[in-house]
Design a protein around this ligand. Sequence first.
Ligand SMILES: Nc1ncnc2c1ncn2[C@@H]1O[C@H](COP(=O)(O)OP(=O)(O)OP(=O)(O)O)[C@@H](O)[C@H]1O
Ligand SMILES: [Mg+2]
Length: 135
Amino acid sequence: MNIKDEQAMLAAGAQLALQLKPGMLIFLVGDLGAGKTTFVRGVLRGLGHTESVKSPTYNLVEPYDINNQPVFHFDLYRLMDSEELEYMGMRDYLNDEAICFIEWPDKGEGLLPEPDMQVQILIKGTQRELLVTTL
Ligand SMILES: Nc1ncnc2c1ncn2[C@@H]1O[C@H](COP(=O)(O)OP(=O)(O)OP(=O)(O)O)[C@@H](O)[C@H]1O
Ligand SMILES: [Mg+2]
């Protein structure tokens, strides 16, 4: 699907929010600046989150509670090793209730379960190509 600008990416995220169920794990794949965080921002707004959405780049995870639905947004770009993933208690986040989004899941390769969905974003100049795969 072609995404012409940031607004369209937010709208695509809000659209995906309609398909989410508790416990789902979603991987976000794409280069730096592709729009992964922008997409998650759209999802969170679609779920009813009205406050700001920070990129979890420095603290690896941002937690949300949206009308009693726990949502965790991870960015593993700066993950140093598997021990750090253990240390942050990754296993506890991935439960039957929480919806988890993970940017840069390849950094946690071998340590993360298989996702329910993969969102892939390709940069095409100022536009983006969005591919959502349900696994
Ligand atoms: N068509 C588009 N869709 C989404 N974002 C776009 C588009 N065109 C331009 N942008 C811009 O690209 C940037 C995407 O940034 P964003 O933080 O969402 O990327 P990211 O994939 O999360 O990067 P990182 O890997 O660094 O976390 C934003 O500044 C946004 O305004
Ligand atoms: Mg990001």
